[in-house]
Design a protein around this ligand. Structure first.
Ligand code: ADP
Ligand code: MG
Length: 723
């Protein structure tokens, strides 16, 4: 057998239960947040005025005074150094979708042969990493490499413990010297501001004189795969592309449905326990862990938090998952589609908006008055999704996610809203206008006291919907498992802010008298539902009928990243980003350029890998098998038996096809000269990816027939079932 594959199997089998590191069993409350410079630490370590000033900044967005920063810096560094930290790092979130960090020591020489702590407010507030090699989409010419990181007061600093030392990590925003956003945090914060502004305008109309800060919240569910690490290293495709480029479906896949919520294997549970405890120390409120649908697939989900914090925490979840896995001999795969033929991984983004004074605005209340307010917010979301479906689709577009959206396991690329039967019925009646019998009892006239209580919990669940109302929030299910949740939220916050701003414009003109106001709300809801109701769909999103129906309704269906980015790169997108103060034209344009370039790089890496694996691993193995068959056949003929050549013929034919496919792929992999980046994307989509698929088909057919002991790559069966 291929030595690498054999060794991988041996090493995977050798892993014994009980090999896991043993964690000290401490009470969770005793270590939750111990590595965070959070409210407790600030209150205990800062002078009262400084503490209060800081809270004002965190809670109300009041600008921070420089001397406050100096005091905070001193307290923060003292805390970190007491805890063994030697370095601090500004953590930022560039457009690569990963986190970036640059470490500096807390200590500097004092000129007399000793070290002193050197960490002031200035170093806390601002950093200047050499940022020339982060994608900037033309915003920052490389000769002007300056990029600044700025302390994000609203996301607490934390300690990252390494085996040999500890680092104080300070979440920051990353921008150019002109103040243009180079990262995912700046637009997220801006979009939250826009949402706050517009939501408060609407709330005032509903009688909230002092609604307080309104924020978006996010609860992201992370799906991932775990396989034995030795398989990971035996597969160049997993190592360099994060997904398998070859491999046939195992005889047993997920059809028995014995994996979802099944008993968690001991090694995996030990891994999850350590992940949870690491995240608890970092103050990430992880809550749920379970098996997912596909073999070797799992999920972790925290309790929802304010959008910005939830986003930083989500990065930490991905980081910790990947850092802890090797300790258990595992590799954690965050790619959207590591294995063809079984489910891929997503990141369901649960999203709502609300505030301390006004509660969750997507919670249908108990009284008609609350109902009316809820219906307005809900309608604003529906309007936003229908008007800007292309933006939402674009926000989750990247090469990895193309394998998922559109396959019958994840929501399709067509965006529709699921409301549940009862709520959909309420909106249907509003659209028809006037009072009608509701599904339960009573008469519906929005704003009139006879409006029945709306469903608190969605009575039904629809797993196939990309954007589902689930009782007190929307769940956006199209986000890819490897993606930052920032992008999706930036779009969601922005388009809902725009929608609310229209609602406010409309209703601010109406006289305040209840009867007139209620009538105006009724009219407005009716208008929204009539104009945007086409986006509501409660049926099976996986069905062909829905695809046809969606086309009839004129809903966009951008199945791939190049199409999705082209659709999003439109005047309407620039306008709404600009209008809401989230991204300037230049910032938005730079992002499209970066995302397209990323697509080109991702696909080209895969194409090259495909070719080299076919050429240097699969082809040689099959030639050996061919030789074996030919030898046998000639041996049989030599002793006067009829050599059976059926298998040999088949192998010959497939090998011929494989060779042809390799040659073709090699030809098309050279990008034609002079293509623009959008054209390059289309070229890869139309010409290179189909060739990769053909090559894979031939190789997979050979895997079916080739002698198992000659096959060079760990198989799906081995990777998914040896645990
Ligand atoms: P399921 O898999 O059934 O959809 P999970 O419990 O795995 O549900 O995840 C639900 C997520 O939604 C959790 O992160 C939860 O905290 C979050 N969530 C609950 N309420 C809200 C809300 N109002 N806003 C945002 N997220 C919420
Ligand atoms: Mg969910």
């Amino acid at each position: 057998m291929s030595i690498t594959r054999q060794k991988a199997i041996e090493s995977a089998i050798q892993y014994r239960a009980g090999d896991e590191p043993v964690l000290a069993q401490e009470q969770v409350q005793s270590y939750f947040g111990v590595n965070v410079f959070g409210d407790d630490q600030m209150r205990a370590r800062l002078p009262k005025e400084v503490y209060q000033a800081l809270r004002k900044t965190i809670e109300e967005g009041v600008p921070l005074d420089n001397c406050v920063a100096d005091v905070v810096a001193a307290a923060m560094s003292r805390w970190a150094i007491e805890r063994g930290a030697t370095h601090y790092a500004h953590i930022f979130y560039p457009l690569t979708g990963l986190t970036a960090e640059k470490h500096d020591s807390f200590f500097s020489p004092d000129g007399k042969g000793r070290l002193v702590v050197d960490f002031s407010g200035k170093q806390l507030i601002q950093g200047e990493p050499d940022a020339s090699s982060f994608p900037n989409g033309g915003i920052r010419a490389t000769f002007e490499a300056r990029g600044y990181t700025a302390w994000d007061v609203t996301s607490p600093a934390y300690l990252m413990e390494g085996r040999n030392g500890t680092t104080l990590c300070i979440p920051t925003a990353f921008c150019s010297w002109t103040g243009e956003a180079l990262d995912k945090k700046v637009p997220l914060l801006r979009s939250m501001q826009a949402l706050n502004r517009q939501a408060r305008r609407v709330l005032k109309l509903f009688g909230h004189e002092e609604p307080g800060l309104v924020t978006a919240s996010a609860g992201p569910e992370q799906e991932y795969f775990l396989i034995d690490r030795s398989f990971y290293f035996a597969r160049p495709d997993l190592l360099s592309a994060g997904r398998t480029l070859f491999g046939t479906r195992p005889p047993k896949g997920q059809e028995l449905e014995d994996q979802y919520f099944g008993a968690i294997p001991a090694r995996v549970l030990a891994f999850m326990t350590e992940v949870d405890s690491e995240l608890y120390k970092l103050g990430v409120p992880v809550k749920t862990r379970h098996n997912e649908v596909a073999p070797a697939q799992y999920e972790i989900a925290p309790v929802f938090e304010s959008a910005n914090l939830a986003t930083d925490h989500q990065y930490l979840v991905m980081q910790v998952l990947q850092a802890v896995a090797p300790k258990y001999g595992l590799a954690c795969l965050l790619h959207e589609k590591p294995f063809a033929g079984i489910n891929g991984s997503g990141k369901h983004l649960n999203w709502s908006l609300g505030g301390q004074r006004v509660g969750n605005l997507l919670n249908p209340g108990e009284t008609p008055h609350e109902n009316m307010q809820f219906l307005v917010f809900c309608a604003a979301v529906i309007r936003a999704v229908n008007s800007h479906a292309a933006m939402l689709r674009g926000a989750v577009a990247h090469a990895g996610n193309d394998h998922r959206l559109g396959a019958n396991e994840a929501p399709p690329a067509i965006l529709s809203v699921f409301l549940g039967e009862q709520l959909a019925d309420v909106f249907a009646q509003i659209a028809e206008g006037g009072a009608r019998r509701s599904k339960k009892a009573g008469t519906i006239t929005v704003g009139v006291d006879t409006l029945p209580p709306l469903p608190k919990d969605a009575t039904d669940r629809n797993r196939t919907s990309p954007f589902a109302f689930t009782g007190n929030r929307f769940e956006f299910r199209a986000v890819g498992s490897s993606q930052s949740i920032a992008g999706a939220q930036v779009v969601l916050n922005t388009i809902v802010a725009e929608s609310l701003s229209d609602v406010a414009d409309e209703l601010e003109k109406v006289p305040k008298e209840p009867a007139k106001f209620n009538a105006a709300v009724q009219k407005l809801l009716q208008k929204i539902i009539r104009e945007h109701g086409r986006v509501i769909f409660n049926g099976d999103n996986y069905s062909q009928e829905w695809r046809d129906e969606a086309a009839r309704r004129g809903l966009p269906n951008a199945a791939t990243t190049p199409e999705a980015l082209d659709a999003m790169d439109s005047p309407e997108t620039y306008e709404v980003f600009e209008k809401c103060g989230v991204l300037s034209r230049r910032e938005a344009a730079s992002r499209f350029e970066i995302y397209r370039e990323k697509y080109v790089k991702d696909v080209l890496i895969e194409a090259r890998l495909c070719l080299s694996m076919a050429r240097t691993m699969i082809f040689p193995a099959c030639v050996r098998y061919q030789h074996l068959l030919a030898q046998t056949s000639s041996d049989l003929t030599a002793v006067g038996k009829l050599g059976c050549t059926t298998t040999l013929d088949e192998v010959n034919a497939l090998l011929g096809n494989l060779q042809k496919a390799m040659l073709h792929l090699e030809e098309v992999i050279q990008l034609p000269q002079g293509l623009t980046v959008p054209q390059q994307c289309r070229y890869l989509l139309d010409t290179v990816i189909p060739m990769m698929n053909i090559l894979r088909k031939e190789a997979d057919a050979l895997e079916h027939i080739c002698a198992d002991d000659l096959w060079p790559l760990p198989t799906y069966q081995e990777m998914l079932f040896i645990r």
